[in-house]
Design a protein around this ligand. Structure first.
Ligand code: ADP
Ligand code: ZN
Ligand code: ZN
Length: 824
């Protein structure tokens, strides 16, 4: 039951405060004048100790927890930033991923709405308000003194109240803006249009004296062209000043309107409208599996297991169309890296202005604008990376997670949520359909589909009819035996040459950027290590430096070994730069675009490089994982994997799965259109199952084997894994913390739950902090009342040592293979 305005006397508020151990709501009194405005999800300003902090209203308790309550000072939004559903979701995220509720609440909002910003007001139109009561008009008259007013200053004017401000904003008399720093978060434009009929304009024109030439011109213009115009453009067109225009507005012939304008992150680019394609039989069947529960408002997870190029995206588009037709909304999650212009174009092309796009490349202001379109109900489709799962829709019909196996759906900082699980929760609340699409589903989702927990649809045919490309696995040990010391096998080199002759394009993948380019001393065998982390430094060829991919430490390439002073030091392994050089040596004139963390650092670089490749400005696209996904270039006929096994040796139970997925995905980039494709995979371990089965496209077999392994070793989906990482500058303290935690937890664990450790983490030291980890594997269901989880939470809150950091993570190892590769 929603509380009526009158019984909203007390609000439960989570306060944005970074003190450990205060993860609970505080009760505040709601001043009478704020009662009509405050709702669940409102952001409010409250006194907290000596400070005034931002907080989130999560409920209206009937009675107060303490006798003397402080009052809420202020409410930040006219329309609450969050919906009640999102507030419930935040509580769920906090319990599930063991983080403070306020952290979960903050994760749902664009940056602009958290932290420091101020609210200012401006008169929308100095001429406005003739219909308002006299007192209000007098008040507004005072506002003309200043261009903009802070909320405090306004409320200090006698007679101005918060409800009155709210009313003015709603009537369009006043404009409220949020400012972060000095930047306006909202953009507006002033439009001029006729305020009266054409006849009256003509009559008006007669009364304008001939010497007021400018005014006459303007009027004449609007008599002939009644369309509204943007003020600055109009003024420029006639070379007149604002005063002439002001006269005409004052006379009531023209009207001036200030309208909000959204910053357009796509730079006003227009998107060609596309029409739904006639679905193939397989697509039709997938479409039906989605729309049938959709029409019935039935919560339903669906795994859409379709090979690359099978037309999954077209199915998404048509399913969204159906959801929209039913007055519902849709969220589409794609991995950040595949949120390319190509992808955006497909959604914008079908749904135009109804699409809001959220990704990390946007400025805070742009992001806020996109978010606001959703909150205001102007956009019904949100396309974005992980955090778009929190899009503030209120009537979701469909959530789509493309490439659902991607590890980037798991956030590796607080709140450490997995977007797939959050999506599951939201879909359930809304009676929505959750579609998880992938050519290489996660083992977890695959298992759930096979065992009936998810609906399962497969698409095995490529739309364009091209079969999956043949894959050649080349054993690099054999190459070496036969005297080929190059990075390139003879097969790959031949294929590259053929590709070049036919004027086709190639994609070359080097797994894990530069990771293996360490510097080794041939005399003592030492690899040069980072002085702050227990990991080898990586050689960067362009500026001859050694860098730590974890903490950013850099030093010039040493001339002699730091351990034994020998001069026999050299770098080993292969980085993208090295491959590029070798290509230049082997095939002079070959045009290469290199994409890795070094070349894509700047905003928009990623996009530019891909566009250039798409336009045929290079023969080869060389890069790391980032090139494996979602790219669709018709002229690519060859895909080469330089070293398939680099990822197999990281301490992560998902290593085999990741390798299989990467190889399958990258193979899917070849021959997507008319040109037949082929794939060459170079490896030192051709017998490894992940490599062998990916090469032979034996998908089912791979999942069967992987599930068997996971079952034997009790890994997800057959268990939950919770990892706790204790880090401390002092090695003994870190160890002690781990030992104490293990001792406290052990007696609480249910039968059959394993606790492993404490042991040093896979990387035992990062940034001079020693790292100890505990892993808990459990097959029992975890919920809020799980005692050991509660104990874990308390552990973090009561640690008592400011230098100790505790990270608790669920269903993802710390650190994962990804975080080794991409420290940030
Ligand atoms: P996926 O998302 O499964 O990799 P896409 O949706 O990108 O596949 O489809 C691959 C290609 O096939 C795209 O170029 C797309 O426009 C085209 N396509 C998809 N569905 C159809 C269809 N029903 N008829 C014709 N072309 C289609
Ligand atoms: Zn380091
Ligand atoms: Zn040495």
């Amino acid at each position: 039951m929603a509380a009526t305005d009158t019984d909203k006397r007390i609000a439960a508020v989570y306060v944005e405060v970074a003190v450990e151990g205060v993860d609970r709501p505080f009760d505040y009194e709601i001043p009478e004048k704020l009662r009509p405005v405050i709702q669940v999800g409102s952001r409010v300003r409250v006194p907290f100790g000596p400070r005034k902090l931002l907080g989130y209203v999560v409920g209206f308790p009937a009675s107060a927890s303490t006798p003397r309550l402080k009052s809420i000072l202020d409410v930040m939004d006219i329309k609450p930033a969050l919906t009640p559903e999102l507030v419930r979701l935040a509580e769920w995220v906090a319990t599930t991923y063991l983080c403070p509720v306020v952290t979960a609440l903050q994760a749902m909002l664009p940056a602009v709405l958290k932290g420091k910003y101020r609210r200012v007001f401006r008169l929308a139109d100095p001429e406005a308000g003739p219909l308002l009561p006299q007192e209000e008009r007098n008040l507004l008259e005072q506002l003309k003194q200043k261009r903009e007013w802070s909320q405090e200053a306004l409320l200090n004017l006698p007679g101005v109240t918060l409800p009155l401000l709210r009313q003015w904003v709603e009537e369009g008399v006043l404009i409220a803006e949020e400012r972060v720093g000095d930047r306006s978060t909202r953009k507006t434009r002033i439009w001029i249009s006729p305020a009266v009929s054409r006849e009256e304009l003509v009559k008006g024109l007669e009364s304008v004296p001939a010497r007021a030439e400018r005014q006459r011109e303007l009027l004449q213009h609007f008599i002939q062209h009644p369309q509204e115009q943007v003020q600055p453009e109009l003024l420029a067109q006639f070379g007149v000043g604002r005063s002439s225009l002001d006269r005409l507005v004052e006379k009531g012939w023209l009207k001036r309107e200030e309208r909000e304008e959204y910053r357009d992150p796509f730079g006003g680019r227009s998107f060609t409208q596309t029409q739904p394609l006639a679905l193939t039989a397989e697509q039709q069947q997938a479409f039906a599996a989605i729309t049938e529960p959709l029409e019935k408002y039935r919560w339903q997870p669906v795994l859409l297991h379709g090979v690359t190029g099978s037309g999954k995206t077209e199915v998404y588009l048509q399913a969204i169309e159906r959801a929209l037709a039913n007055g519902r909304e849709a969220i589409v999650l794609v991995p950040e890296i595949s949120l390319t212009p190509q992808m955006v174009r497909r959604f914008k092309g079908r749904f135009g202005e109804r699409v809001a796009v959220l990704h990390s490349g946007l400025s805070d202001g742009e992001r806020y604008d996109e978010w606001r379109k959703i909150r205001q109900g102007e956009a019904q489709v949100a396309v974005g990376a992980r955090s778009a799962i929190f899009a503030p829709f209120s009537n979701l019909g469909l959530i789509i997670i493309d490439e659902e196996h991607e590890s980037s759906y798991k956030q590796d900082e607080q709140p450490r949520y997995h977007a797939r699980d959050v999506a599951m929760r939201r879909a359930e609340e809304h009676g929505a359909v959750l579609v998880m699409g992938s050519a290489t589903p996660s083992v977890e989702s695959y298992f759930k589909a096979r065992t009936g927990a998810f609906a399962w649809v497969t698409m095995t045919q490529r739309v364009q009819g091209q079969p999956l490309p043949p894959v050649d696995v080349v054993d690099m040990r054999e190459e070496l035996k036969e005297g080929n010391r190059s990075i390139f096998s003879r097969t790959l080199r031949q294929e590259l040459e053929g590709c070049l002759q036919r004027e086709e394009q190639a994609v070359l993948l080097l797994n894990r950027r530069g990771f293996s380019t360490f510097v080794l001393c041939r005399d003592c065998g030492e690899a040069v290590q980072c002085p702050h982390c227990d990991i080898s430094l990586t050689f960067h060829r362009t500026n001859q430096t050694l860098r730590c991919h974890y903490c950013g430490y850099a030093e010039p390439m040493p001339q002699t070994c730091p351990s034994c002073n020998s001069a026999h030091i050299r770098y080993f392994g292969v980085g993208t730069q090295r491959v590029e050089e070798e290509l230049a040596r082997l095939m002079p004139g070959l045009r290469v675009i290199r994409m890795d963390v070094d070349t894509t650092g700047r905003k928009g670089a990623h996009e530019r490089l891909l566009t250039a490749f798409g336009e045929g400005k290079a023969d080869v696209l060389l890069g790391t994982q980032m090139i494996a996904k979602g790219l669709d270039f018709p002229r690519v006929s060859l895909v080469g994997v330089i070293a398939a096994d680099t990822m197999l040796h990281v301490p992560d139970y998902r290593a085999g799965e990741r390798t299989f997925q990467l190889l399958t995905q990258v193979s899917g980039r070849a021959g997507r259109h008319e040109i037949a494709g082929r794939v060459v995979v170079q490896t030192y371990t051709p017998e490894h199952e992940s490599i062998r089965l990916a090469a032979s496209h034996e998908v089912e077999e791979f999942y069967r084997q992987e599930c068997r392994m996971r079952k034997i070793h009790r890994y997800p989906p057959f268990s939950h894994v919770v990892t706790c990482l204790f880090s401390h500058p002092d090695r003994t303290r870190a160890t002690q913390a781990g030992v104490r935690a293990a001792q406290a937890l052990r007696p609480l664990l249910p039968q059959g739950t394993e606790l492993l450790g404490p042991v040093p983490a896979p990387i035992p030291r990062i940034q001079d902090r020693y790292r100890i980890q505990i892993m808990i594997k459990t097959e029992t269901h975890m919920n809020e009342s799980t005692r050991w989880l509660e104990a874990l939470r308390q552990l973090r809150e009561q640690k008592g040592d400011p230098d100790l950091r505790i990270i608790i993570d669920r269903d993802g190892l710390v650190p994962t293979a990804e975080s080794i590769e991409q420290p940030n």
